[in-house]
Design a protein around this ligand. Structure first.
Ligand code: SAH
Length: 396
């Protein structure tokens, strides 16, 4: 078979040479041959010199994602197995040191496997195929995961919007193994959680907040805590277990709050200290302000307001709004634990937003800690897009 190739515009080889894994449609001068969706193509510079091998995605602006910069490396079963093994190998000992059985084993581009996410929850794996290249090798990936990890189940949650950009239909369901009957029980930092991998958000749990949940555990003693965007109660459980005098948890998702209640009782925590409110955080923070309620510690962990830079401005207003309201609800000396998981909002911008909120509230806030995504979500040095979760702990 004649090899298919994409030839870059002059100058556009730079991003490949700096090891960035994406080739944008705008950087391509010509396509040689007729690559189908997900096919492996050669990436050549404008003088037709080899740069990389990549997965082709004809309908995406990210037209190709790089597999390798090595010319004689074939993209086959052994290659994929090696990448998966290496990624798992990088996490050796991490489950033990992080005191959990829930971990991201493969974080896409940052782990050298564009478009593939694999999360482990005990003996269950949850897989997301987010790119044409990962989709192409679906059956190999499943086979390799079974061979290496011997899971009880592999559940697929490729039911995300971004699949459409790759020209792929959403897919969700059991990919391998026994039917999953109930929520899966995992543990993290001495607490137990029920995780619904079939219906829950993301792959079921916000694994990336693990270390930040531990921070809240350490800070919560004797505090009145407000946990906004609480989902199934990660921060709530840690605050209660850490000795909070009360925890008010708010989320708009009824099923998430049901799971939160179960998680509180699963851990034998004091339900009388846990107030649960189903509703919109923006509205509720205003209501609390009008009622002059106050708290010692407020957690803000909203959903992604700005997936890309183009939405950053609108998102900034939303972040400022909730941070301003939260600062107003804090008692003097109180703590704000605030996050942004928007790729389109940099750490710098986020800090400026929080500073702007403090200014509008007419108070000084002191940053006492900088938080980030947990280490099983590594940030690849040549791929700043892999950094998304920013957090600040600020004291009033
Ligand atoms: N802190 C959680 C993860 C939060 S994810 C953890 O550690 O597990 C964001 C949550 O915000 C989701 O549960 C979603 O249901 C909720 N949400 C989104 N928009 C909301 C809104 N306007 N008001 C209240 N909750 C909202």
């Amino acid at each position: 078979m004649a090899e298919v190739a994409i030839i870059l515009r002059a100058g556009r080889e730079k991003s490949v040479l700096t090891r960035h894994p994406w080739i944008f449609a705008s950087g391509i001068d010509q396509v040689e041959g007729e690559p189908a969706i997900g096919d492996t193509v050669l990436v050549l510079d404008n003088k037709k010199k080899f740069l990389a091998k990549a997965a082709y995605s004809p309908s995406s602006q990210i037209r190709a994602r790089i597999w390798t910069l090595v010319e004689n490396e074939a993209i086959d079963h052994d290659f994929l197995k090696n990448r998966i093994n290496t990624s798992i190998g990088r996490r050796t000992g991490l489950m033990q040191s992080e005191n959990t059985d829930a971990m991201r084993l493969i974080y896409g581009e940052a782990d050298g496997f564009p478009g593939l996410v694999v999360d482990q929850y005990g003996t269950t794996l949850v897989m997301q195929l987010l790119s044409a290249g990962a989709e192409k090798f679906r059956s190999e990936i499943i086979e390799i995961l079974v061979e290496i990890l011997k899971p009880e189940h592999i559940y697929e949650r490729s039911d995300v919007e971004i699949r459409h950009l790759e020209g792929l239909q959403p897919r969700e369901g059991l990919a391998w193994g026994k039917k999953i009957m109930n929520a899966i029980q995992i543990h993290e930092n001495g607490l137990k959680y029920l995780v619904d991998v079939t219906e829950g958000q993301k792959t079921g749990f916000y694994i990336d907040q693990r270390r930040n949940r531990q921070k809240v555990f350490e800070l919560a003693k004797d505090k009145q805590v407000l946990n906004c965007f609480c989902y199934t109660g990660g921060f709530t459980l840690n605050a209660l277990a850490g000795g909070a005098s009360s925890v008010t948890s708010v989320d708009s998702s009824g099923p998430a709050l049901e799971q939160l209640k179960q998680n509180v009782s699963l851990n034998g925590l004091d339900e009388s200290k846990s107030e649960i409110i189903e509703g919109d955080v923006f509205t509720l923070l205003r209501k609390f302000r009008d009622q002059a309620r106050s708290f010692d510690l407020v957690v803000l962990d909203p959903p992604k307001f700005a997936p890309t830079i183009s939405q950053a401005e609108k998102a900034s207003r939303a972040y400022k709004d909730i941070n301003l309201l939260a600062i107003k609800l804090l008692k003097p000396g109180g703590l704000l634990v605030t996050f942004s998981c928007s790729g389109g909002v940099s750490r710098d911008l986020f800090q400026k937003i929080v500073a702007g909120a403090a200014l509008d509230a007419n108070v000084d806030m002191r940053i006492i800690d900088q938080l980030s995504q947990s280490p099983d979500h590594p940030v690849l040095s040549s791929f700043p897009e892999s950094f998304y979760l920013k957090g600040l702990i600020c004291q009033k």
